[in-house]
Design a protein around this ligand. Structure first.
Ligand SMILES: Nc1ncnc2c1ncn2[C@@H]1O[C@H](COP(=O)(O)OP(=O)(O)O)[C@@H](O)[C@H]1O
Ligand SMILES: O=C(O)[C@@H](O)C(=O)COP(=O)(O)O
Length: 433
């Protein structure tokens, strides 16, 4: 049995499927686990992805969860560790990207030692880094919809500054002119930055070609920290993967059955457009009101009673998705954390109730929301299937709520996907061979 090569720690669940999707498309056989597997589990794969829900928890908890994942991955024999965070570098004022990076480096290299990169670029999804600044499409991160994110508002596009505010290690930059000069030039710059005392280098990347150059330069680096884009350039470093075409994801999933539903707790710009498009398509949709929930209304029971008679005639949507002003009004009344947790809890119970009522094709919008839903379904492992849009594949998972009947799930990152995503995803699954 060959040992896995790459061990990944993802800070949220949509991010984990995004990463696994890129690895599968780049030719790596990949298994995604929900949380750190317990007991003596040996998994046959080139890459293992441990999905955590650690992006917005207190930094000490994120560090503890990530170190537990690291220990498990090391025990599986992986050669390189990959810490996956969001392509919009989502973090709170306390972290958690910096503290987790620092703890992983300390564990791998010794306190205060070692060198790694930070690069959220994912050009296929319009996330590029230039002169250390993160762009979302044509806008700086700080001018994008991310400035209004309910949990991790991002108001500074300068990644060297953001990362430096989260870590004691010195942060440097590998600028784009070095990246285009090729892998040796990038490695030389790493050496130079290390000699100047840096422990972390933000790396510019604006194209697929840049990801491939950077990927080569990362051969043998014990820890890589990045969005999912950098993963595309890593498989080329292992000779045993050469010539491997993308694993055939269409074959990986069983045929789709059962009713279809969308549960959306993302308030990102793309998700707001997708909710609007679904409503305009005339399909049934129900918005849940966090303030009614806080006032004691049983919105979970109401939503399930609403959905049940509709399921037989096509996909339904239950959403808390709202525009920034509405979200702010809720947060002012309930507090940011309480509002987030309450909505996640309600949506995850609605998702579980829908599965109990026969839904077997479930689309979830939002990273934190997906984490809550996957945990409520008691899912332990996910198989990665066809990509719907860049960064979002269909997956299949077993849940104790319907033993022996896999549930197809798509975990959609807030800002990913075209406006018609909620309808086209089911059509694509139906046309799967
Ligand atoms: N109407 C709302 N008011 C306040 N908070 C909300 C509302 N709808 C959703 N939320 C919360 O906003 C957060 C959205 O985060 P997430 O699910 O990660 O979405 P994204 O992927 O867009 O970042 C969740 O904690 C969710 O519970
Ligand atoms: O890298 C990305 O953008 C995604 O994989 C991701 O992590 C998105 O997070 P959410 O927007 O919170 O779903």
């Amino acid at each position: 049995m060959s040992l896995p090569l790459l061990g990944c720690i993802a800070d949220d669940f949509t991010g984990a499927t995004d990463l696994a999707n890129n690895l599968v498309r780049a030719g790596m056989r990949c298994v995604q686990t929900i949380g750190v597997p317990q007991g003596d589990v040996q998994l046959q794969a080139d890459a293992l992805v441990v999905a955590l829900k650690s992006r917005t928890v207190p930094a000490a908890d994120a560090v503890a969860q990530s170190l537990a994942a690291l220990r498990w991955l090391q025990a599986q024999g992986v050669q390189q560790i990959y810490f996956k965070y969001c392509s919009t570098f989502d973090s709170t004022a306390e972290g958690n990207i910096g503290p987790v990076t620092e703890a992983l480096m300390d564990a791998l290299h010794g306190a205060g030692r070692g060198f790694t990169i930070a690069c959220p670029a994912f050009p296929e999804n319009q996330r590029t880094v230039f002169k250390g600044h993160l762009f979302v499409g044509d806008a700086l991160l700080s001018d994008s919809g991310m400035r209004h994110h309910p949990l991790t508002p991002m108001t500074d596009a300068n990644l060297v500054r953001v990362m430096q505010s989260q870590t004691r290690r010195q942060v440097g930059l590998v600028a784009h002119d070095v990246v285009v000069a090729g892998p040796q030039a990038i490695r030389d710059r790493f050496t130079c930055l290390q000699a100047e005392g840096a422990g972390v280098a933000v790396v510019d990347a604006i194209s697929h070609q840049d990801l491939m150059q950077i990927g080569q330069a990362l051969a043998g680096m014990p820890l890589v920290t990045a969005g999912s884009g950098i993963a595309i350039g890593l498989p080329q470093n292992w000779p045993q993967l050469q010539g491997r075409t993308a694993a055939s994801p269409a074959d990986a999933l069983p045929p789709a059955r059962g009713w279809q539903a969308v549960v959306s707790g993302s308030c990102s710009v793309a998700t707001n457009a997708q909710v609007l498009a679904f409503r305009r398509s005339g399909r049934p949709s129900l918005g849940i009101d966090p303030l009614a929930m806080a006032a004691g209304e049983d919105v979970v029971a109401q939503a399930l009673a609403w959905a049940e008679p509709l399921l037989a005639s096509g996909p339904v949507l239950v959403y808390a998705t709202a525009e920034p002003t509405a979200v702010r009004a809720v947060q002012e009344r309930l507090g940011v954390a309480r509002a987030g947790e309450m909505v996640e809890h309600a949506l995850s119970r609605i998702a579980a109730g829908l599965v109990q009522r026969g839904v077997r094709q479930l689309l979830v919008a939002g990273g934190e929301t997906s984490g809550a839903v996957v945990q409520a379904l008691g899912v332990q492992r996910m198989t990665i299937g066809l990509q719907i849009d860049p960064g979002v594949p269909w997956t299949a998972a077993d849940t104790p709520l319907c033993p022996g009947e896999p549930v197809h799930m798509a975990l959609k990152s807030g800002n990913f996907g075209s406006p018609d995503f909620f309808t086209k995803a089911f059509a694509q699954l139906a046309s799967q061979p």
